[in-house]
Ligand binder design. Structure first.
Ligand SMILES: C[S@@+](CC[C@H](N)C(=O)[O-])C[C@H]1O[C@@H](n2cnc3c(N)ncnc32)[C@H](O)[C@@H]1O
Length: 221
């Protein structure tokens, strides 16, 4: 059961009763998504590029996706977005988030009208955007494709430790292109060591409100 909850910046998130955790920071869902994934991830990697491929771990409400779609649309960047999600939310819950307020109606309508089909195959949402939400766990996910950026947005290590093991981090990192970027809201010594062991250079960046630091790591060439 997921319960709609207000966060400190006025945006909503969901509380997942089974896991015992929110989908986003209680200090601000919208702020966290923009800070960690859009600013530190997408804007950083897309500088000077006209095409970007994103692999997200945990599609959830689609907040990271719609903000990415809006940014790429405004900047004329072609976006190829894949997001692994074993427990897709219903379209009714997604419609209740209020996230339609954070993007243009054109972006929101393209998302909502293609969401359910995206769970079974890649969909063209606009000439600049493809979306696919493989209905699987990260551990079972496989593809020949390599991505420019990974948004690692799993539930926290306290609530889903298996999503932060060295093996699963290495598995996720194997889908990045050389020079590609891994971003996540979390930073621990264990995570830094796991990412370094995969040949990444790590950066500690200021975290979103409520977190001192976050991790950005760049895969060696
Ligand atoms: C912190 S929430 C992600 C929030 C999401 N990015 C958003 O903007 O709403 C974690 C997500 O990971 C998904 N998840 C749970 N187990 C997973 C697994 N084994 N592999 C991939 N995703 C998983 C959950 O269903 C949930 O949607």
């Amino acid at each position: 059961m997921n319960i709609l909850t207000l966060t400190a910046d006025g945006s909503n998130t969901l509380y997942n009763e089974t896991i015992g955790e929110h989908y986003h920071s209680k200090h601000g869902a919208l702020q966290e998504s923009k800070h960690v994934f859009i600013d530190a991830g997408l804007k950083f990697i897309s500088e000077g590029k006209t095409e970007i491929s994103v692999l997200e771990v945990g599609f959830g409400t689609g907040l990271n996706f719609i903000l990415s779609f809006e940014y790429c649309n405004e900047n004329n960047i072609k976006l190829d977005y894949t997001s692994v999600e074993p427990f897709p939310l219903t379209i009714d819950i997604i419609n209740q988030t209020g996230y339609s307020n954070y993007v243009s109606s054109q972006i929101w309508t393209a998302f909502i009208s293609n969401y359910e089909r995206s769970l079974t195959s890649s969909q063209t949402l606009s000439p600049l955007c493809e979306l696919e939400i493989p209905h699987t766990t990260l551990a079972e996910f496989g593809t020949e494709k390599k991505f420019d950026v990974i948004y690692y947005d799993a539930f926290s290590v306290q609530h889903q430790p298996e999503m932060w093991s060295d093996e699963i981090i290495a598995h996720a990192c194997s889908f990045l292109k050389p020079g590609g970027v891994f971003v996540t809201y979390a930073i621990t010594g264990k995570l830094k060591r796991a990412v370094k062991a995969c040949g990444f250079n790590i950066e500690k960046l200021p975290g979103a409100p409520g977190k001192r630091e976050m991790l950005r790591a760049i895969k060696g060439m």
